[in-house]
Design a protein around this ligand. Structure first.
Ligand SMILES: Nc1nc2c(ncn2[C@@H]2O[C@H](COP(=O)(O)OP(=O)(O)O)[C@@H](O)[C@H]2O)c(=O)[nH]1
Ligand SMILES: [Mg+2]
Length: 250
């Protein structure tokens, strides 16, 4: 079988110390290339990524965003470009080593018979390292709540380590995605289910970052509480490409 061509989209904001070792690790896997989407990080992450792109122009590209800052907006810009690239799979992951590149081959091979593969922290019990108990409780409860409200049957709806078949990602109405942060992950999953994507999961161990600081908090948490209801309403009203609502059990 021909080796798949896989593009990994990585949004960055102040990840200067992480980006170079991360990209080098990913490039060790044949068939993988990288698109860094930097939001004008004040710490010079964009310049560090540019240096990697100069070194490996065939396998590293950098998108320098100039619009409003945001994880969701960065992914949308990256995905709009990625679906036009000559690749089979589009992966997404954080830049802070919480998502270990060693799982990329497993995600990619599961994408042979799925349209979207989710790296799950909650598939075999809980596989999260170095989170305070309250964050773990919040995340597991949030996932239960999201599943109950939206009907999604995925153990980890808020994680950002995923692998899409490019054609499946191209079917998602990216111009209509409205949310950021964790809610962005839920909204993308929900739209994938509405497009009848075959969604699979691969168990991953998530390790909290050692270098740098988290940028997601406060507002994005509130958004993720409200978004599931908005999505349910969207399905009821039949807004979007499909008019039939979400299929049962997705
Ligand atoms: N481009 C871009 N990347 C972001 C932004 N906020 C967070 N990120 C990146 O998104 C990933 C996850 O963010 P992080 O702060 O680690 O969130 P946490 O893992 O939920 O604590 C990391 O690669 C961040 O650098 C943003 O506003 N713009
Ligand atoms: Mg993180």
């Amino acid at each position: 079988m021909r080796e798949t061509r896989n593009l990994v989209v990585i949004p960055t904001y102040n990840e200067r110390e992480n980006i170079e070792p991360l990209v080098r690790q990913i490039l060790q896997y044949p068939g993988f290339s990288v698109m860094v989407v930097d939001d004008q990080s004040p710490d010079g992450t964009g310049a560090a990524a540019d240096a990697l792109a100069r070194e490996c122009p065939d396998r590293v590209e950098v998108v320098h965003r100039t619009g409003k800052r945001g994880l969701g907006l960065s992914y949308l810009d990256g995905f709009q470009l990625a679906v036009k690239r000559d690749v089979d799979l589009v992966c997404q992951m954080d830049a802070d080593f919480s998502h270990d590149p060693k799982y990329l081959p497993a995600l990619a091979s599961a994408a042979a018979d799925h349209d979207l593969v989710v790296g799950s922290r909650y598939m075999n019990g809980i596989s999260v390292v170095n989170w305070p108990l309250q964050r773990l409780i919040l995340s597991t409860l949030a996932n239960r709540y999201i599943r109950a409200v939206t009907g999604l049957a995925v153990s980890d709806c808020t994680g950002g380590f995923r692998c899409w078949r490019r054609e499946a990602l191209a079917r998602i109405p990216l111009d209509r995605i409205v949310s950021d942060g964790y809610a962005f992950m839920v909204e993308m999953l929900f739209e994938a289910a509405r497009q009848r994507c075959r969604i699979g999961e691969v168990s991953i161990v998530f390790v909290e970052r050692r270098i740098g600081t988290s940028k997601l908090s406060g507002g994005v948490l509130l958004e993720s509480i409200l978004m599931p209801w908005r999505l349910r309403l969207r399905a009821l009203l039949g807004r979007g490409a499909r008019r039939t609502g979400i299929p049962p059990g997705v």
